[in-house]
Design a protein around this ligand. Structure first.
Ligand code: Z5A
Length: 222
């Protein structure tokens, strides 16, 4: 566990259902009185409102790939210091929608930046803070893109990329999962929401803090 808290990240290709499953898990944590926060990248810190708009706003700012990379990392550095570490220090569960693996998948697999360099940059941005658990929601790229489009948000910078780009992104996520089996749990996100939720619980339930650890009472394990 990171400090006293538990750091859980959600990763996966476009439209995998991360936000949806984070909402479901939040309800469970709330029900059992386990302190938690929900956050995301890009986003999460005060500065992120600006950074997120610059990064995702449909080519409006004509960003180079290098600028994009540095903005994701700047966002992460601020987010980790301002939001994630303080919450973990207070013993909270942190549910974070995307983190360092997304940089490896999108900027490494997608854009073609050198992986070793990205690992070092992630290390610098996070001060070495790694997730305790990463849930990788995996599904075929075309299915995810259909869901993302169906959700009705405007197409962002990444969604406009070709299918091969997203294919490479997915492959990197799966490679990371193979290399770091202890941390990364792969969920089949092509199933319906309830089935994905059940897969998530099965993998996670024994790793969540018991309610009594927070309340001091002898509550039962979630
Ligand atoms: N990015 C990067 O390049 N480098 C980095 O370092 C970081 C990020 C941190 C952030 O976009 C973009 O930044 C992202 C990677 C890049 N771009 N891409 N591609 P974002 O924050 O705007 O969005 P996102 O993170 O990609 O999430 P998303 O596309 O919004 O998808 P999601 O959160 O995984 O899915 P959802 O919103 O929960 O569900 C999508 C729709 O499907 C919705 O209508 C749901 O009701 C539906 N859904 C959900 N689950 C199911 C199931 N199981 N069956 C059927 N339908 C479902």
């Amino acid at each position: 566990m990171n400090n006293k808290g538990l750091f859980i990240t959600f990763e996966g290709p476009e439209g995998a259902g991360k936000t949806t499953q984070i909402k479901h898990l939040s309800l469970l944590l709330k029900k059992y009185g386990i302190p938690f926060i929900v956050t995301r990248e890009p986003g999460g810190s005060k500065l992120s409102t600006h950074l997120r708009r610059w990064i995702l706003n449909k080519l409006e700012y004509n960003l180079t790939n290098e600028t994009e990379l540095f903005l994701f990392l700047a966002d992460r550095a601020q987010h980790v210091q301002e939001v994630v570490k303080p919450a973990l220090a207070k013993g909270k569960v942190v549910l974070c929608d995307r983190y360092t693996d997304s940089t490896l998948a999108y900027q490494g697999g997608g854009r073609g930046f050198d992986m070793d360099m990205l690992v070092k940059m992630n290390q610098m941005a996070t001060g070495g803070l790694k997730p305790d658990i990463t849930l990788l929601l995996d599904l075929p790229v075309d299915m995810g893109l259909r869901r993302a489009v169906g959700r009705g948000k405007g197409k962002d910078r990444m969604e406009q990329e070709k299918i091969e780009f997203h294919q490479r992104v997915r492959e990197i996520f799966l490679t990371i999962a193979k290399q770091d089996k202890k941390r990364v749990l792969v969920l089949d996100a092509s199933q319906d929401q309830e089935q994905v939720y059940q897969q998530m619980l099965k993998n996670l339930i024994h790793r969540l803090p018991p309610p009594q650890a927070i309340s001091g009472s002898k509550g039962r394990h979630v």
